[in-house]
Every structure is written in C-alpha cells, then in structure tokens.
Ligand binder design. Structure first.
Ligand SMILES: [Zn+2]
Length: 277
C-alpha cells in the first residue's frame, strides 16, 4: 500500500491549497499556493503560505511538483506531483471552457488523477460562457428599458469579478458591495481590468439579486460541467482516477462504465494500488 502524506486542500505537515474558496483552505506548517491565492486567502485567513509560480518546478515534502492553472478563479491551480509510483495530478476546482478573469486552464498528463466532481453527472451540461454572457446582457437591457436597476448575486470570490468584467466589456459600469470591492482590488493587483463605480447602472452583490451559478437559471459556472470533466479525464490519460466533491460516487461509477479504474478519493491518505478494481 502506498500512501501520500501531502495535504491537498486539507490537513498535512506540508499542504497544497488549490484556490481561495474557504472550503479549500488548507492547514499545515507550510501551505503552498499561487500568489493570487495567497492574497485572496489573506482577506479571510492569516495562515502561513509559501508562494509558488505556475509551471515552475518545486518540492513538496521531497516530491517534485508543478502547478497548472485550473481556470476556476484568479490564481486557482491544480498540482502535478512526481511520486515513486508515477505522477499524480489533482485538479482542485477546475473549468475547461475559457472564462475572462482566471488564467487559461492547462491540463497535464498523469498516471493518477484526483478530479473534482461537483457537476459529475450527465444532466449538468452548461451553455458556452459566451452564450450565457448574451443572456446576462439581455437581462440588463430588459431591466434598464423598464426603468429598473439590474442586480445580480454572485460569489464574491471569483464569480462576481467575472460578471463585472463581462458587464464592463459590454459598456456597463458596475456598483458592488464591500467584500466584492475588496476581492476586486486583489484581482486588479494581478492585472484584471475591472471598472467599479459608486453610481454604476448595474449592481453585483454577494447577497441579493438574480443568482448567477451552475445551480441557478443563469448558468455562468466556473466549474467544469459533466462533459468538460470527461474531457479532462481523457486528456490526462490516467491509469486510475479518484473522484472528489459533489457527485464523486456517481462520477466514479460512470468512469468505471467507460473502462477507467475509478474510485472516490478518501484523502488525505491515498492508496494508488487500489486492489479489486
Ligand atoms: Zn472553488
């Protein structure tokens, strides 16, 4: 039995944190993360982080490792680790379709894959982000024509900034609440062009308005839908897949049906030789 003791978005002596959403906050003496993830995490967490650049080789608990952008929010990363048994790639939260504010996703080859399965069943098929943009702008125009103030509700860490960028590109100035303003300042520090104004004609709020999420009617999601997840697995070409989060159980079952060795990830201990699959 082979066990990896590096923490992945969890507890470990040394850990990796994939991005700045609180359900992925890591605990450890050293937490490796990208610089944007560290800046965003410091808005809510004061733990000790060690910055790592995308694509640069580093060592995590004596294992060689490299980070790849995962296109979920600014700074979000997957990690590839070179283990004795082969290479392991952990996606964190990931989006394959290109969004406007996160870095462009890169998918490495690996022998073992740990993949998120938030939307890991076939009923989740999201329209292309450009189609959802048109839908959002349509709502804005309709509301403004009626003399109403268009107001959208979005996760303040990432989704709100994506929405602001979309609205800006279509010529709208945007008003936001305090937390979205704070996070947007970090985005701007890393080069995102976000125009926020006190008297913007459209409101993006973390608490109220028309919801924008993979689970709501306006499906601007920063997660891969089921079909993107399948494409990620195909690109990684793993010997074995471990699924995590959301529909992990069902997604593993579907992958087994497609001929992959697949089981639910029960981290932080990882058995790479899983008998009987
Ligand atoms: Zn996330």
């Amino acid at each position: 039995m082979n066990i990896i003791t590096v923490g992945l978005d969890g507890k470990g002596k040394v850990t990796f944190q994939s991005h700045a959403h609180t359900d992925h906050f890591a605990q450890g003496r050293i937490i490796y993360a990208t610089l944007p993830t560290i800046h965003l995490s410091h808005l809510r967490n004061s733990r000790f982080y060690s910055p790592v650049e995308f694509g640069k080789r580093f060592y995590i608990d004596d294992y060689r490792a490299k980070l790849y952008p995962s296109g979920h929010i600014l700074g979000s990363a997957g990690i590839k680790i070179w283990l004795d048994e082969g290479t392991l790639y952990y996606t964190g939260d990931i989006k394959l379709e290109r969004l406007r504010t996160p870095e462009r996703t890169k998918i490495p080859r690996a022998d073992f894959l740990i993949i998120e399965a938030t939307f890991g069943v076939p009923k989740f098929r999201f329209p292309k982000p450009k189609i959802v943009e048109k839908e959002i702008i349509g709502i804005v125009e309709e509301k403004l024509d009626k003399g109403e103030i268009p107001m959208f509700m979005a996760n303040p860490f990432g989704k709100a900034q994506e929405l602001i960028r979309i609205l800006n590109i279509h010529g709208y100035e945007v008003r936001v609440d305090r937390i979205i303003g704070k996070v947007s300042r970090v985005y701007r520090k890393f080069g995102a062009r976000l125009k926020i104004s006190e008297d913007g004609e459209v409101v993006v709020s973390s608490r109220r308005g028309i919801q924008v999420s993979g689970f709501s009617r306006i499906k601007l999601s920063n997660h891969a839908d089921f079909w993107e997840l399948i494409e990620i697995v195909e690109r990684v070409k793993p010997e074995k897949v471990f699924t995590v989060y959301g529909h992990a159980e069902q997604f593993a079952k579907i992958l087994r049906g497609l001929g992959y060795k697949a089981e639910v990830y029960k981290g932080p201990m990882l058995r790479l030789d899983g008998e009987g699959l």
